[in-house]
Structures are given as C-alpha cells and as structure tokens.
Design a protein around this ligand. Structure first.
Ligand code: NDP
Length: 264
C-alpha cells in the first residue's frame, strides 16, 4: 500500500538511534523528506552518513538539538523550514526510561523525569505547530510506553510520567482537530535498542550472549510473542499513523508490545 509519503516532510526527534532511526529510514524509503535531531553530534552524523550512503542525502536534514532546549528547538525548526519549506508530520520520539523504585527516587529525580517526559513533547510540538497547521493535513505521533497503562514498580516515575503524557496526547488530539492535525501515540513494550544494549553488559551473566539474555528477559516478562521487538516494528506503526492513509485516526494509542498488555 502506498502510504502517500512522497514529498511530504517529517520531523523525527531522537532520530540518531533505535526506533527514531528506523522511523526515519522507513520514511526516506517511502519518499518523504526527513529531518532528524538528537543531542549527540557524532552518532547523528554517523546516522546521516548511513542514510546518505543509501542514496537519501538530498531528502535528509540532520541537526543536533536537545528537545528540552527552547532556543535549540527553535533553531532546528527554522532550519527545517528553510530547507524543506514546511512540515507535515512530527514524531516525538526522543527519550529514555529511568529505572528506580519509589524508595530509590528522590525529588530531584522525580522533577527531572516529569520535566523530561512532558517537555520533550511540549517544546517540539509548540515549535512545529504553525507549520503543521499550514500543512492542512498535519500529524503528530508520540512514541510512548505501555507503562502509561501498565506501570512497573521498578520504573515508578517513568510509569507515572508516561501516564500523564498519554493524558496530554488525548487533549492535544481534540484541541488540534479543527486545524486537521491528528495526534496519536504508540505504546511500546520492550524493544531491543540502545537502551537495552547499555543494560546488557551490566545485567547479563558472565559469558551470556545478548540474544540469550534478551530471550530470558522476554520469558521473565511473559511476552506472548516470546521476544523483544525490533526497532523497525514500532517504526512501521509510527509511519502508518503519521501518514495521510490514517486520515480518520486521531487520539488513538496503538500497542506495539508483542501482546504483553493485559487489557482486553
Ligand atoms: P535509543 O536510546 O536507541 O534512542 C533514543 C534517541 O533519543 C537517541 O537518538 C538519542 O540521542 C535521542 N535523545 C535522547 N534524549 C534527547 C534529547 N533530550 N533531545 C534530543 N534527542 C534526545 O532509544 P529507543 O529507540 O529505545 O527509544 C525511543 C523512545 O521509545 C524513547 O522515548 C524511549 O523512552 C521510548 N521507549 C523505549 C522502550 C524500549 O524498550 N526501547 C520502551 C518504552 C519506551 P542522544 O542521546 O544523542 O540525544
């Protein structure tokens, strides 16, 4: 199915790694013009080179930007508009989880996590809103977590922040509807990305392969499909929800979690 991406412009925050990088790759393959940002310039440049080597250089803008920094987000927005002339879709993906129980989480950690989860969406959304409205068929997709509905005690403040964010997404879907900007989210379970690559050397048994460690974790977590997701899997859901083909879908939350949710 042609998702209608040819010549549309999409912005993907956190596009240098994992789900964001695969989302950008799928969008480029579908003919979109794509802007990605992340804080780390080196990894961003490596991703940009990979895409350019695959022949997508003309349709790609990669610029370092911390999505929490208002001025940096404004500069990124200006660069995107200068290069592509408009924006049709914004994928709010940048982020990471915080592993801690209530007993381990002090006020500073609570404040940092609540700030991060909300403002990493609020700031890019506010900055790109006029351009999305001008598109006439704008779309925002937020990469959120199943923790929003199914909290985990070992990720207490990330779970609470994700739930609040999900509530915000619903409000935005209603407020932006008159401008024909759709707002949806995906709720992901566990996806084998950089976050898990960093945990592997710390958590695996000596000599245990990453595949074996992930298989054990999938079993422990009771994931019905028996494995972690691959970054391209949630990316495909994002690309669909942000596309013109999803034109009557707004305020929806799509689980991409291997069946691990316990909700009917
Ligand atoms: P990765 O760690 O692979 O990628 C995260 C990306 O976000 C990187 O490009 C990173 O680059 C960027 N990023 C982080 N903070 C900022 C910031 N302040 N400003 C701009 N860019 C930033 O993670 P995933 O692909 O796994 O995660 C994508 C999203 O999915 C995140 O929001 C994550 O919390 C969420 N998620 C992931 C799960 C999983 O199992 N993988 C589970 C539940 C949710 P840099 O560090 O250079 O800025």
């Amino acid at each position: 199915m042609d998702l209608g991406w040819k010549n549309r412009v999409a912005v993907v925050t956190g596009g240098s790694s994992g789900i964001g990088r695969e989302t950008a790759r799928l969008l480029l393959q579908d003919g979109a013009r794509v802007a990605i940002c992340a804080r780390g310039a080196e990894r961003l440049a490596a991703t940009a080179k990979e895409f350019a080597d695959a022949g997508f250089g003309d349709n790609l803008l990669a610029a370092p930007c911390d999505v929490l920094d208002v001025d940096a987000v404004a500069r990124f927005r200006d660069a995107v508009l200068a290069r592509f002339g408009g924006v049709d879709a914004l994928v709010n993906n940048a982020g990471q989880g915080r592993v801690s129980t209530f007993a381990e989480t002090d006020d500073a950690a609570w404040e940092a996590e609540l700030h991060f989860k909300f403002f990493s969406v609020i700031r890019p959304t506010r900055a790109f809103l006029p351009a999305l409205a001008a598109s006439g068929s704008g779309a925002i997709v937020v990469v959120n977590s199943l923790l929003a509905r199914q909290p985990e005690p070992h990720m207490v403040c990330t779970s609470a922040a994700r739930a609040g964010l999900q509530n915000l997404i619903k409000s935005l879907s209603v407020e932006f509807a008159p401008q024909n900007i759709r707002v949806n989210s995906i709720l992901i379970g566990t996806v084998d990305s950089d976050q898990w690559a960093k945990r592997y050397p710390v958590q695996a048994k000596p000599g245990q392969s990453k595949e074996d460690w992930l298989r054990g974790l999938a079993e422990e977590k009771g994931i019905p499909l028996g494995r972690f997701g691959r970054p391209a899997e949630p990316a495909a859901a994002v690309v669909f929800l942000a596309s013109p083909v999803a034109s009557f879908i707004t305020g929806a939350a799509l689980e991409v979690a291997g069946g691990v949710s316990r909700f009917a």
